[in-house]
Design a binder for this molecule. Structure first.
Ligand code: F0G
Length: 459
């Protein structure tokens, strides 16, 4: 909707609803204690606003559910695959399409077939699973995001950009050890920040010059394109579809977790311009995921993706989508709660270190805030700080660089009144922030601590 009004309207009508779980603060105090102060261990039925992730949490449209009903559920040669393949070829311009059950399955497939010990894969920032899948092959995932992208308070339009000078130097030195180069759009690890077309073009030229295949991680490609249209000089008159096409033209292929901008609850794929790697990938796909015309999915999932890819590029939808996180960030900032600037496409990241300076990093300020957001509002958020990335070396605690709390927004699930409701409690939360206490582990797992750890608050 092209108006100057402040109220965000959801660009959809609601046909199917489900009740919003509601609890009292007293009930939540008990629930949180039972869950060892770890929101991953709180049951979803006790969460009012679930902002743990935007991945696989989308509300699908009537058109998607309709398409699922006519899916061709066969083992080989499904008509649904034909529709899915054609849609990706049309939008992205890549001829070879391999479906996978989600993003990390695509990563596993590509890196298993491409990488060997000692190889290097540069990117702006690798997402955790991407990094883990690279490292699993004995290769190294190298982050080359620009300096601006590392400063949470700095407001810069394309904080997801890769440092082109560093990339050039890196490729010059190590080209023969780089089986592929990447860029993640938007840069989730760096706060859902976009990458500009100019930067993508620069990276593409460098990769080309050193004969390094360029693979995009595109789970939020539509949001990235919207930011390009909004923020990049000379791009305002282009349609999202044109910007999307320009983006994909610059690379040799992509991996996608369709659980984000393809508006589905499960799914992913690899798409490639040429056939060089395809045979090997197909064999591996059959070995680990399924026949190449379903790749670990039901045909109905392929149908939902084919429709969802179009819906995710709708400009009214994208402007609403970006407005929601911007509105949430502005509201939090007004209440005195600092957030990573500017707001990302899919999420707002609260800077817990800046907000709660009285809680030392070894007492997990991010986790303290995650707990309080639940107690106060019934919100489930995710700590991205020292619980997730903190380490102990020789019994000495090494904190994470940043202490962030991510509020990631499921697509088409919550409304502006939900956001207003949450923001209403935020001023009050900010006023009593000095009463918030840190936590210590009562159970500390050896790896991937954040999923199963249990805590005790300091009294
Ligand atoms: N790449 C990026 C940039 C991601 O954000 C994710 C997932 C993946 C790859 C892996 O995809 O989950 O389908 O296997 N991000 C989710 C999140 C988990 O909460 O940000 P997947």
């Amino acid at each position: 909707m092209k108006t100057n009004r402040k109220t965000i309207i959801e660009p959809f009508r609601i046909k199917v609803v489900e009740p919003l779980p509601q609890t009292t603060r007293t009930q939540r105090e008990t629930l949180l204690k039972e869950a060892g102060y770890n929101l991953f261990l709180v049951k979803a039925k006790n969460v009012t606003f679930d902002f743990l992730t935007d991945s696989g949490t989308t509300a699908m449209s009537a058109a998607q559910w309709g398409a699922m009903m006519v899916a061709d559920e066969v083992y080989a040669g499904s008509t649904s695959f034909e529709r899915f393949e054609k849609k990706i070829q049309e939008i992205m311009g890549y001829k070879f399409v391999l479906p996978t059950h989600q993003g990390r399955a695509a990563e596993k497939l590509l890196f298993t077939s491409l990488l060997k010990k000692g190889d290097l894969v540069p990117s702006n920032n690798h997402f955790d699973t991407t990094r883990a899948n690279i490292e699993y092959q004995g290769a190294e995932a190298v982050d080359l995001v620009i300096e601006e992208g590392k400063d949470p308070q700095l407001n810069y339009p394309f904080k997801g950009n890769i440092n082109l000078q560093k990339l050039e130097d890196f490729c010059k030195q190590y080209a023969s050890h780089i089986p592929c180069g990447m860029i993640t759009i938007t840069n989730n690890t760096g706060g859902g920040q976009p990458v500009s077309m100019e930067n993508l073009r620069g990276a593409s030229e460098i990769y080309k010059r050193y004969k390094i295949p360029f693979i995009l991680d595109v789970c939020r490609f539509a949001e990235n394109s919207y930011f390009i249209k909004e923020r990049e000089k000379g791009m305002a008159d282009k349609s999202i579809r044109e910007i999307v096409k320009m983006t994909f033209d610059l690379a040799d292929g992509c991996m996608m977790s369709a659980k984000k901008d393809a508006m589905v609850n499960i799914g992913g794929f690899i798409a490639l311009k040429n056939d060089e790697w395809v045979e090997k990938l197909r064999s591996l796909l059959i070995l680990t995921e399924g026949f190449p015309t379903y790749g670990g999915l039901a045909a109905r999932d392929l149908e939902a993706m084919a429709v969802g890819l179009e819906e995710g590029m709708d400009e009214d939808y994208l402007s609403y989508r970006v407005a929601v996180s911007r509105y949430m960030a502005a509201g939090l900032n007004k209440a005195g709660i600092p957030t990573l600037q500017p707001a990302g496409g899919h999420a707002v990241y609260i800077d817990a270190k800046a907000f709660l300076p009285h809680i030392p990093q070894e007492q997990f300020p991010g986790q303290a805030l995650v707990c309080e957001l639940y107690l106060s509002e019934g919100v489930r958020a995710c700590e991205i700080g020292s619980v997730m990335f903190g380490k102990k070396e020789n019994n000495k605690f090494i904190p994470s660089k940043m202490e962030l709390v991510r509020l990631a927004f499921p697509r088409r699930v919550y409304t502006q009144s939900h956001v207003d409701y949450i923001l209403e409690g935020m001023g009050e939360l900010a006023e009593r922030k000095n009463s918030l206490k840190g936590l210590k582990f009562s159970y500390e797992p050896a790896i991937l601590k954040h999923f199963t750890a249990r805590f005790e608050p300091f009294s």
